[in-house]
Design a protein around this ligand. Structure first.
Ligand SMILES: [Zn+2]
Length: 418
């Protein structure tokens, strides 16, 4: 069985022009359906004085105000779930509830959440026996990821989370080849197996894993892959919209899924940023029962258009690089803690750093506090900061005995507005 070759559907290798045309047709269908009933989208358009018939180009589309994920929960409660639906609730397939709480309606279309191509790219194939360790209770994760596996021709053990003893028993007694869940949990299972005197590589038949829901450092991926002798690939999605992007065998980012339209936007304006720049992930899934036009996820990323060795032509999301809530706009420029951390990598003497934004006297100030274990060229530090974050900070070196406590926020916004 070759797990590394092939594609799940023909869209994965289509040309840029074909993809742009297909996505535009799909967006038009979503906009027209979402505007066809008196609900969330029509009210949003009305508030921005946009007439649905006047959305005739992608430029028009990207000027529609975004729907913020944090407003979704409040609006669902104030207006009721039906205000968002283009069908009757009983015409759906399922309704989940995820933390917020937010209700996540699932339509009846096959592979509704669009994860099948992600599993294929991760190396899952017909005939795999897959242990599903995401929850099946209320939240969509378990069922959302089980259905595409069955569509691929795999069998699924609905193990759910926790219960490590039973999880290990399943892997020992059944010919389990696939795992779905969190990498940290898979690592725990491997460690428990070793404690029991087992060798996860020799005594289990695991070959592929699809992981999600937590950050995956390359060191952790390598450690767990080596422990089990398997391939681990991650997917990125949300409970509201399903699959947004996924890794292929070539790694180096996550290909955008073909079943949605993804934009990287300025968190303040909701308008797309120039190609390659960092911004907020804004998604419009091509699903019609629960249209979410331009849902702003709160996640930060950037896109790469570099060609991929796997042959897929979709651009790649370069990881989730933080949350919008952890950024601050200073003098018209967003400061992203992950970019600052990257700039600090070049200075091994810097043990910890913290960005402090203030506005004493009504003017924005930007201070980079650093805790060091040796002399450091503060002008070089300020220049490295400016290279990535565009603004030049005042650099303060903490004195002897002063410290930035472990777990302190990377960015503190002390500005007040009266
Ligand atoms: Zn690829």
């Amino acid at each position: 069985m070759d797990r590394t070759q092939g594609f799940y559907d023909e869209h994965e290798t289509e040309s840029e022009a074909l993809r742009a045309n297909r996505q535009w047709q799909a967006l038009r269908a979503v906009v027209s359906r979402a505007a066809s009933f008196n609900g969330e989208f029509r009210e949003r358009l009305g508030a921005a004085s946009i007439v649905p018939d006047e959305i005739r180009s992608l430029e028009d589309f990207t000027s529609i105000p975004v729907l913020r994920k944090k407003d979704l929960s409040r609006l669902q409660r104030e207006k009721g779930l039906s205000w968002f639906l283009s069908c009757a609730p009983g015409e759906l397939s399922r309704i989940y509830q995820s933390p917020g709480p937010i209700y996540d309606p699932e339509g009846r279309a096959p592979d509704y959440w669009g994860w099948a191509q992600a599993f294929y790219a991760a190396g899952f194939r017909a005939g795999d026996l897959v242990q599903m360790t995401f929850s099946y209770h209320l939240t969509p994760a378990g069922l959302m990821l089980e259905e595409p596996l069955r569509a691929l021709g795999c069998a699924v053990i609905p193990a759910g989370p926790g219960n490590t003893a039973v999880q290990l028993q399943l892997m020992e007694e059944l010919p389990v080849t696939g795992f779905v869940g969190m990498t940290s949990f898979l690592k725990t299972l491997g460690e428990k197996a070793v404690e029991k005197g087992l060798d996860p590589k020799r005594d289990f038949g695991l070959r592929v894993a699809m992981v999600a829901a937590e950050r995956l450092p390359e060191s952790l991926r390598k450690e767990v892959q080596d422990m089990f002798g398997m391939v681990i690939r991650q997917g990125y999605g949300t409970a509201d919209v399903g699959c947004i992007a996924y890794e292929c065998m070539a790694l180096g980012g996550m290909h955008l899924a073909e079943r949605c339209f993804v934009e990287i936007c300025d968190p303040a304006t909701g308008r797309p940023v120039p190609a390659g720049e960092m911004g907020e992930v804004v998604v419009t899934p091509f699903t019609l029962d629960y249209p979410l036009v331009r849902l702003a996820t709160g996640d930060l990323s950037r896109l790469s258009e570099a060609p991929c060795a796997c042959g897929r032509t979709a651009p790649k999301l370069m990881g989730i690089l933080g949350r919008v809530d952890d950024t601050a706009k200073v003098r018209g420029q967003f400061i992203y803690p992950s970019q600052v951390a990257q700039a600090m990598h070049g200075f091994p003497q810097i043990l910890r750093h913290q960005v402090v934004v203030g506005n004493a006297g009504g003017k924005d100030s930007l201070v980079l506090r650093i805790e060091t274990n040796g002399p450091v060229d503060t002008a070089a530090v300020a220049a490295a900061f400016q290279d990535t974050a565009k603004l030049r900070p005042a650099v303060t070196v903490l004195g002897l005995g002063e410290t930035i406590p472990e777990g302190s926020p990377a960015l503190v916004d002390e500005r007040t507005y009266e």
